[in-house]
Ligand binder design. Sequence first.
Ligand SMILES: NC(=O)c1ccc[n+]([C@@H]2O[C@H](COP(=O)([O-])OP(=O)(O)OC[C@H]3O[C@@H](n4cnc5c(N)ncnc54)[C@H](OP(=O)(O)O)[C@@H]3O)[C@@H](O)[C@H]2O)c1
Length: 308
Amino acid sequence: MTRILLTGADGQLGQELQRTLVPLGEIIGVGHQALDLTQPDRIRQIISEIKPDLIVNAAAYTAVDKAQTEPELAKSINAVAPTIMAEEQARHGGILIHVSTDYVFDGRKNSPYTEEDAPNPLSVYGQSKLAGEEGIQKTSQSLQSAHQELRYIILRTAWVYGTYGKSNFVKTMLRLGAERDEIRVVADQVGTPTWACDIASSIAILGQKVHEQGAPSPLTGIYNFTSSGVASWYDFAIAIFEEAKQLGFELKVQRVVPITTSEYPTPATRPAYSVLAGQKITAALGSHPPHWRQGLRQMLAELYSRQT
Ligand SMILES: NC(=O)c1ccc[n+]([C@@H]2O[C@H](COP(=O)([O-])OP(=O)(O)OC[C@H]3O[C@@H](n4cnc5c(N)ncnc54)[C@H](OP(=O)(O)O)[C@@H]3O)[C@@H](O)[C@H]2O)c1
């Protein structure tokens, strides 16, 4: 492989990908300023100039609550842009790896969501991300009648946190935990916290495999990727403070109080249960994703060493 176009290169996941994709080839990382995904002509221009062997789309409109009042902007970044990427990659035979979310589901199931379960997003953000998945899939299907193939992977992940990027749940808890005695955290939303570094590593493995297989690729399709295990936001907060205290983070917090979603109303509705089944990705990668607590420990150790 020679050229990889990485969008969202300055984001939480994008910065991890800048490292994990190195063995695959030359990375052309573009942040928001270099490539604004609300500009379709610019997306087409940059892809037709570079003709990347692989696009990894880590850019997204990720402000879940704000999206409720900016549906058109969320749609242009999360749905229109990835569809254009799929069309352009199809034109020159390149691969597309696109990142999606557990928020495509409504959370009414009580066992892990498989890739075959029907999505039913509860929020504008979830709707815009689902529309992005559908745009890529429709582009791929329209090519099949012409006996062509788009090699793509849609990787659904969840509850992402990492050392880089603007903010995430772990950083928010550490900030609040240094300021307050008591923190109230939602205990009736269940999912799987996932370290951005683990997602980036799996994307690099998948990208390499799809490239080596050539076209058509048996790996093309939707995959769930989260850490292993299950937690509520409350469980996650408790674990963050336990691990952070052991590492030596200065914390004032004495009590973490479990609350219900109704006690912490937000503009966007989140799924109550969004655990994603990992069988398909485990088979594709040849190994189980690490447990969420292991990723948390590693991330906090990394954050601590960067701060001291
Ligand atoms: N964070 C989570 O909990 C979570 C959960 C499930 C799935 N995901 C998915 O995981 C992927 C990576 O998310 P992340 O956590 O790394 O989010 P992030 O840190 O917010 O990164 C997203 C990046 O996209 C960029 N971006 C936003 N609007 C853009 C535009 N118009 N043109 C170009 N770039 C733009 C942002 O730049 P600016 O900041 O400069 O605008 C940012 O660098 C996304 O597809 C997201 O939907 C995330």
